[in-house]
Design a protein around this ligand. Structure first.
Ligand SMILES: Nc1nc2c(ncn2[C@@H]2O[C@H](COP(=O)(O)OP(=O)(O)OP(=O)(O)O)[C@@H](O)[C@H]2O)c(=O)[nH]1
Ligand SMILES: [Mg+2]
Length: 350
């Protein structure tokens, strides 16, 4: 058997070292990781993926830790049912590859989960582009899904494009705020309400929590509390984004948060959005790969200097990007806009 098939089999058999190795291969974009994931792909599509995002320091890691503990404390109908669900945590830190502090902090806080074989924690530091991070995070989540984790909690910082992309890969997205940070509607990052299925005011033990809830409520009302796209059939009631309060350091409000997550999961399934989001996730992964590979292949097939020359012509406004691509792909000669312009000017003078 080939190496990647052996690796895939070990992951399927529940071997944690094999899983850790597979995740490293995926993170480093090694072909062997892709190959092993290919073997495992038929096993994916079962996990409940939850994205957890919010500004730095709002308590995401603490809350994810508490969520995992609460999920592990009992059985949930629909999440395996006969035993507590297996939970994986992926902590993505796109801000800096050197944020050893944050990652070390995560490890320390997550220590109370150590020893529980039903929990797996993985920290990912940023490598290369943010877009690449969204890629590899998606593959890491797939690998954990194939390894049998029923709930996958994905923590990302902030609400930039990378986080939005990562959230798009989750079934449910939690946006975490803390008192004093979002007191001003203007300060609410654009896009945050669009991606939130649930809003959480963590650090509810600190002054200002009620005010933070009020501000979020007002912002949601302004936005019509749309809470993502309506169900495709249009018959289901729209999801009303709930605002919950938690104290991650004591676990207060976390059971209610788990209940809200499960309600959202049921809503997704009843409305058909579960399938729709799953398909979107697969389509996004497929499109991204296809684009990458086609561009790679094209570059490899070109004589040196062809692309820079085309780029220079576009920069000089001799060609539009669309016309340049047409010419580069050999779809007939591109209309030479400079020549056409000269012809047009000549026409005007005539
Ligand atoms: N008072 C109070 N402090 C909290 C609460 N939750 C978290 N903290 C503290 O807030 C700090 C940041 O918590 P983290 O869980 O690391 O927050 P984070 O959002 O994961 O931070 P980054 O990953 O660095 O963005 C820590 O010192 C926590 O102990 C809470 O509910 N109340
Ligand atoms: Mg964190």
């Amino acid at each position: 058997m080939s190496d990647h098939a052996v690796l895939a089999q070990a992951v399927r058999a529940g071997q944690r070292l094999a899983l850790a190795r597979l995740l490293s291969l995926i993170e480093n974009e090694q072909p062997q990781g892709e190959a092993a994931l290919g073997e495992l792909y038929p096993l994916t599509g079962r996990a409940y993926m939850v994205g957890v995002t919010g500004a730095p320091g709002t308590g995401k890691s603490s809350l994810v830790n508490e969520l995992a503990k609460t999920l592990r404390a009992k059985t949930y109908p629909g999440l395996h049912g006969s035993r507590p669900p297996a939970v994986a945590i992926v902590a993505v830190d796109p801000t800096s590859p050197f944020s050893g502090g944050a990652i070390l902090g995560d490890r320390i806080r997550m220590r109370d989960l150590a020893g529980d074989a039903g929990v797996f924690v993985r920290s990912m530091a940023s490598r290369g582009s943010l877009g690449g991070l969204a890629h590899t995070t998606s593959s890491v989540a797939d690998a954990l899904d194939a390894a049998g984790f029923e709930v996958i909690l994905i923590e990302t910082v902030g609400a930039g494009q990378a986080e939005v992309d990562i959230a798009r890969h989750a079934h449910t997205t939690l946006v975490i705020q803390s008192p004093g940070m979002g007191d001003d509607i203007q300060a609410l990052k654009a896009g945050i309400l669009e991606i939130a299925d649930l809003l959480v005011v963590n650090k509810a033990d600190l002054p200002g929590a009620e005010n933070a809830v009020r501000v979020l409520r007002a912002a949601l009302d302004l936005a019509g509390n749309a809470g993502g796209p309506a169900a495709s059939g249009g018959t289901e009631a729209r999801w009303q984004v709930p605002i919950l309060q938690t104290v991650a350091t004591t676990g207060q409000g976390v059971e209610q948060l788990v209940e809200a997550l499960l309600r959202h999961r049921e809503y997704l399934q009843a409305s058909g959005l579960w399938r729709e989001r799953g398909q979107q996730r697969v389509a996004a992964a497929l499109d991204a790969r296809l684009r990458d590979r086609l561009a790679e292949r094209w570059h490899a097939a070109q004589p040196d200097g062809c692309y820079p020359e085309m780029l220079a012509r576009v920069v000089r406004r001799e060609l539009s990007p669309a016309a340049a691509v047409q010419e580069m792909l050999g779809d007939g000669p591109a209309p030479d806009s400079a020549a056409r312009l000269r012809a047009a000017q000549a026409g005007v003078r005539r």
